[in-house]
Design a protein around this ligand. Structure first.
Ligand code: AMP
Length: 212
């Protein structure tokens, strides 16, 4: 029998959001990736755009956020430097924006969660304002490193790193940027990589940034 989203025991706020979106049955990539990601495993997933890959990584990682009963009150987070729990890196602005919109739709019944998209071409001031207090950050690599260097964001509290469209990211020359980002993250984080193709360079990146 095929699975439903109810089989994953997701937080009530996420099942409500899935209902509102009209998602009833997980796609094959969601069916395989969500249970493993919920267990905290590192994953290397081969999947195409249109496969439902975005929800496959957002649902398990957002679920962990919903279960943190010690969410720092928003007014306190606003005063401090931004330290996201979930970091998604994307090759392009368009993809980062899309992932950000999908995440916003999924957290609409989750209280106190803020999501920010960080990408080149946007004015710094506006971006820094949007970033304040965000637990979920979706970013293109160059702009993210800029903001790290300007001390507007610290990546030492990241519980989950998602590398979306990793093959495209490498084709665009982001290998060094990715490695520089990974260096800022805690060793104990979960890492999930998605790629449409699995050439040697993807295996090499995976070997460098996944733990298991
Ligand atoms: P993606 O591969 O993440 O770009 O998703 C492709 C499209 O499928 C997006 O428009 C999603 O909103 C939609 N989608 C993702 N998961 C499901 C699902 N389980 N049921 C129906 N539609 C979905």
């Amino acid at each position: 029998m095929s699975k439903t989203f109810a089989d994953f025991s997701l937080d009530e706020s996420l099942t409500q959001a899935l209902d509102a979106l009209g998602f009833t049955t997980p796609t094959p990539v969601q069916e395989q990736a969500i249970p493993a990601a919920l267990e905290g495993k590192d994953l290397l997933v081969s999947s195409q755009t249109g496969s439902g890959k975005t929800a496959a990584f957002l649902l398990p990682t957002l679920n962990a956020l919903a279960n943190q009963d010690t969410l720092v009150p928003f007014k306190d987070r606003m005063k401090a430097v931004t330290q996201p729990n979930i970091l998604v890196i994307s090759p392009t602005r368009e993809l980062a924006q899309q992932v950000c919109q999908d995440a916003i739709a999924l957290v609409r019944h989750m209280k106190g969660v803020r999501i920010a998209a960080i990408m080149g071409g946007m004015p710094f001031g506006k971006q820094i304002q949007q970033l304040k207090g965000a637990q979920v950050v979706v970013a293109t690599p160059g702009r993210l490193l800029d903001l790290v260097n300007r001390r507007q964001i610290k990546l030492d509290k990241v519980d989950a790193l998602i590398v979306d469209e990793a093959d495209r990211m490498l084709d665009m020359g982001f290998y060094d940027d990715i490695m520089q980002i990974v260096k800022q993250l805690p060793d104990s984080r979960q890492t999930i990589m998605f790629s449409a193709t699995m050439p040697d360079k993807i295996q090499k990146l995976a070997a460098n940034i996944l733990h298991d």
